[in-house]
Ligand binder design. Structure first.
Ligand SMILES: NC(=O)c1ccc[n+]([C@@H]2O[C@H](COP(=O)([O-])OP(=O)(O)OC[C@H]3O[C@@H](n4cnc5c(N)ncnc54)[C@H](OP(=O)(O)O)[C@@H]3O)[C@@H](O)[C@H]2O)c1
Length: 330
């Protein structure tokens, strides 16, 4: 049995009121779990949705927040492929109420990897969700091929920034859409070939210019709303939109007659684990890409463990890159 502190959502509402630090205990992990002592945990817009009661996969509080975490394994069930003292990162048991903003948490064994050499604690804590989602979108659900044009909305955000990197690693030409010069500079450093400011530029005109009028082959869409609807005007014949999220507040409204007449498709993307062997292979490929330096968590703001409620509030308008919470020192 392990004891420690954990940030828990105790009611829906403003994070300053709704998120409390509680003393908790963690019992031995069951089959399919490992228990870790957390060092870092990744953040994102889903924290905002969870605190507000708008996250579709969770019921009522209380529950722990934080979808991903990295640290040291302290307990495993019999037959686990991990061992005590392994340094790992992975997706937490947040759907069962065990989040990463805690001194200990359970990881899903099938969605965890040993931390590749050279990956910092912050990079490790912010690695799993963004890259697993990008993999689901760009490899499993709406595969992008080398030489194709990939438009990434919300490209400076947690999900978008990983899609920019994975898209480049897969050989695509990547166009990043973001809302400020600072964010576009970040996107360029993060590997994007082109950048468009959705607040100040004519997206349709810029995409026509960049693609010589052809349009974009794939739209990676964690944003939804009017921005995604506008981007769809620039989709190529046989193009696809990968529906990832709704950072604008609403999913994109699809016009099925337009889809028919302009011959494009929309694909839902949810980063849920596949069959165990296939899932292990996915994480192995992501770990390999990270070990080779082809992908690397673009760490943005860093927060102390004590600042989790403020951190969640700030996810409403995050700076560029992935926000990460330091829970404990190595
Ligand atoms: N499907 C899955 O498995 C999965 C996994 C993880 C996350 N998600 C979802 O993906 C969404 C994004 O999450 P995240 O953590 O990446 O969020 P994030 O880090 O907050 O990034 C969202 C980005 O969207 C941009 N944005 C917000 N409103 C916009 C608008 N109206 N037009 C254009 N851009 C806008 C923001 O910056 P600028 O506007 O300043 O550029 C921001 O950089 C959430 O809905 C989340 O639930 C889904």
């Amino acid at each position: 049995m392990f004891s420690g502190r954990a940030w828990r959502l105790v009611k829906f509402g403003e994070p300053a009121d709704a998120v409390e630090l509680r003393q908790m205990t963690w019992t031995a992990p069951g089959p399919g779990q490992v228990l870790i002592r957390v060092r870092t945990a990744g953040a994102g817009y889903p924290d905002v949705m969870m605190a507000a009661g708008r996250f579709p996969l969770l019921g009522d509080p209380p529950f722990g927040l934080g979808e991903e975490a990295a640290g040291e394994v302290v307990a495993v069930p019999p037959g686990s492929r991990f061992a005590v003292s392994d340094q790992v990162t992975g997706i937490t048991g947040f759907l069962e109420g065990w989040g990463g903003y805690a001194e200990y948490t359970y990881l899903r064994e099938g969605s965890a990897i040993r931390i590749p050499a050279g990956m910092t604690d912050e990079q490790a804590g912010g690695f799993p969700i963004g890259f697993r989602t990008a993999y689901a979108g760009l490899v499993e659900r709406a595969p992008v091929e080398a030489g194709q044009t990939l438009l990434v909305l919300g490209a400076a955000g947690s999900s978008g920034a990983t899609a920019v990197q994975l898209g480049k690693a897969l050989g695509a030409t990547v166009i990043a859409v973001a809302g400020s010069p600072l964010k576009l500079e970040f996107c360029a450093r993060n590997g994007a070939d082109h950048g468009v400011n959705h607040r100040t530029e004519d997206l349709t005109a810029r995409l026509a210019e960049i693609t010589d009028g052809r349009g974009v082959d794939l739209i990676y869409d964690p944003v939804g709303g009017d921005t995604a609807a506008l981007a769809l005007k620039s989709i190529a014949h046989s193009g696809r939109i990968a529906l990832v999220g709704l950072a604008s507040g609403a999913p994109v409204a699809l016009d099925t007659m337009d889809m028919l007449l302009r011959n494009y498709s929309a694909v839902g993307v949810l980063a849920t684990p596949g069959a165990p062997e296939a899932e292990t292979a996915v994480w192995g490929r992501l770990a390999d890409l990270a070990a080779r330096g082809a992908i690397s968590t673009p760490v943005g703001r860093r927060y102390a463990f004590e600042d989790v409620p403020r951190m969640i509030t700030e996810q409403r308008s995050p700076g560029p890159g992935k926000s990460v919470v330091r829970v404990a020192a190595r």
